[in-house]
Design a protein around this ligand. Structure first.
Ligand code: FES
Length: 110
């Protein structure tokens, strides 16, 4: 999740740390009914993850693209490093974030 726009691990962040701060979860990433490009890319690339992994990965990737619209593979891996998935979806995940970066970049050029 994001606390005041910064990625934090919700599983180890005490609720008291969120007092008076802006909290953004996976539900706040989309724009109403319109999915965030990262969410769309995850679906297109078949990044099938559990209810623990997907929210953390999507939120972290969206935060990465906000600050680094054209990340390298190494930057993507580093940004998602705190989310440990045991299901082997990392290759599809990186590809999805790269595609989302292209979508975000195109949207910014419009
Ligand atoms: S999808 Fe959650 S552990 Fe892999």
């Amino acid at each position: 999740m994001l606390l005041d726009g910064e990625v934090v691990r919700s599983c180890i962040t005490p609720a008291s740390a969120a007092a008076g701060r802006s909290v953004t979860t996976i539900e706040g990433i989309a724009d109403g009914d319109r999915l965030h490009p990262v969410q769309e890319a995850f679906a297109e690339h078949g990044v099938l993850q559990c209810g623990f992994c997907a929210p953390g990965m999507v939120v972290a990737a969206a935060a990465l693209l906000r600050g680094t619209p054209r990340p390298t593979k190494a930057q993507i891996v580093e940004a998602l490093n705190g989310n440990l998935c045991r299901c082997g979806t990392y290759p599809a995940l990186v590809a999805a974030v790269q595609e989302a970066a292209n979508d975000v970049g195109e949207a910014n050029q419009r």
